[in-house]
Design a protein around this ligand. Structure first.
Ligand SMILES: [Zn+2]
Length: 463
């Protein structure tokens, strides 16, 4: 007798045809709903407005997070505040990072609402935050941490195993079993052989793969980050003024600290004063030493020798605002690492305002600088920068490092894919701009894979 087989479905609610707002919904034949990532849309206004769209996908039996970046977690407090979430699962590292990052995101949402009210440009009066820091604190109390590699029962007929993704502390790709089908979610995939983090684990065979494509059309240059950093430090010392390094508090700051200590240890740079002027980075840095499951062999070996891998000898943590203000008066050569990485906010603004007009200053950009950011203006050789309502002339030397990235490029992604015992039955490409998605689609299709880049809202059966 013909029988209708139970079929789970997969709905692409975010990061479809774009790089932010990761939200992928699994619905089982029994009506259980599990959301993979609950990301915030970021960037252009049209994208950010999607965060305000009413949630029509119903109550969620579970949310599973791949990692703590806000474009994968930043919508969770909104869903929790609306009473839509039964349980939230993640790794221990993701739980620890989210405890810092989500409340910070809540503060930023509150600040945005206050700003909109002062300027009177919101459609809503008064403008309300998407969620508050309190909402975010309530959400992080819901996070249930799980180790890598152990299958976890999520709800009836759904199981998940977290595997190391090597992207940031706690990052995972997910092996999900739903209604007897196996779905692999790459999350954001890291790189092989990075100084700080463990390599990505090998993928498993799956009926379906949901694959990120951030760098689907790009290959990272081969420059060695350590060489680039050493050169920049020597040049800055030669100019006699400060070396200012805008950097993300999670990941990039720790990458720099690690290399800085190593260069010092190898005698390739002198022992010079280095200030970490970022309360968030100061809180995040010890977490990188707390989770052996996420560490590279290099970090584990240093820790075993009682060496502090993220502490150059003259590193100082700058906590309070008064201490930070005092640092602005310092003369001669010294180095400052401060957020944010693309100079969109944070304490780096004060340092740039003070030192950009002086030719003895060096600014070192250490990551991707998105269009429209102050970081991009500096990278493009802009002669002035809009800062806090004023115009600051740029007479400092601006240098850029290309050796850092937390995302696999297409060759590294291919290396990861090639380690699966068999190709996936179907592949869905997400988390990429259209040119990156198309490049990756063409590449996989040429190998005979069944592959597509779904549109926002698309639903597919997992038969
Ligand atoms: Zn990420």
């Amino acid at each position: 007798m013909w029988q209708c087989l139970p079929v789970a479905t997969l709905t692409f609610l975010g990061a479809a045809q774009t790089v932010t707002g990761s939200r992928h919904l699994i619905t089982t034949s029994g009506g259980k709903r599990v959301l993979i990532d609950a990301g915030l849309f970021q960037g252009r206004k049209e994208l950010r407005e999607r965060n305000w769209a009413p949630w029509t996908a119903g109550a969620l039996d579970a949310v599973i997070l791949t990692h703590a970046h806000i474009d994968h977690t930043g919508f969770l407090p909104r869903l929790c505040a609306q009473g839509l979430v039964r349980r939230v699962l993640c790794t221990a590292g993701t739980r620890d990072l989210s405890q810092l990052l989500l409340p910070d995101s809540g503060h930023l949402q509150e600040e945005d609402a206050r700003y909109a009210n002062r300027r009177g440009f919101s459609k809503h009066r008064p403008a309300l935050p998407l969620y508050t820091a309190r909402d975010a604190e309530a959400a992080v109390r819901r996070l249930e941490p799980f180790p890598y590699d152990d299958p976890v029962d999520v709800v009836d007929h759904v199981q998940v195993t977290f595997h190391q993704a090597g992207h940031i502390l706690g990052s995972a790709f997910l092996d999900v079993r739903a209604d007897g089908k196996r779905i692999l979610f790459s999350g954001d995939l890291g790189r092989y052989g990075t100084p700080l983090l463990a390599d990505p684990d090998d993928p498993v065979s799956a009926d379906a793969l949901v694959l990120e494509c951030t760098y689907g059309d790009r290959k990272h240059p081969a420059e060695q980050a350590a060489d680039e950093l050493a050169t920049a430090i020597h040049q800055a010392i030669g100019r006699g003024g400060p070396l200012l390094i805008p950097a993300f508090a999670v990941g990039r700051t720790q990458d720099i600290l690690f290399l800085w200590r190593q260069l010092e240890h190898e005698g390739r740079i002198p022992k010079v004063p280095l200030f970490l002027d970022s309360p968030m980075a100061t809180d995040v840095t010890p977490l990188y030493l707390k989770h052996p499951e996420d560490q590279s062999a290099g970090v584990r070996s240093l820790l075993a020798q009682h060496v502090r891998p993220l502490h150059p000898s003259r590193l100082q943590f700058v906590r309070g605002a008064a201490e930070s203000a005092k640092l602005l008066e310092r003369q001669g050569f010294f180095a400052v690492i401060a957020a944010s990485g693309m100079v969109t906010g944070g304490r780096i603004l004060s340092h740039l305002e003070e030192h950009l007009p002086h030719p003895e200053t060096t600014v070192l950009l250490v990551g991707y600088q998105a269009e429209g950011t102050r970081g991009r203006t500096l990278a493009d050789g802009g002669k002035e920068l809009k800062l806090r309502g004023g115009i600051v002339p740029v007479r400092a030397r601006v240098a850029q490092m290309s050796g850092f990235s937390a995302h696999a490029d297409y060759e590294e992604e291919e290396r990861w894919l090639s380690r699966a015992p068999a190709p996936p039955g179907r592949t869905y490409l997400v988390h990429g701009e259209p040119p990156a998605l198309e490049a990756q689609r063409a590449r996989l299709a040429a190998k005979g894979w069944r592959v597509e880049a779904p549109q926002p809202g698309a639903e597919v059966g997992l038969a």
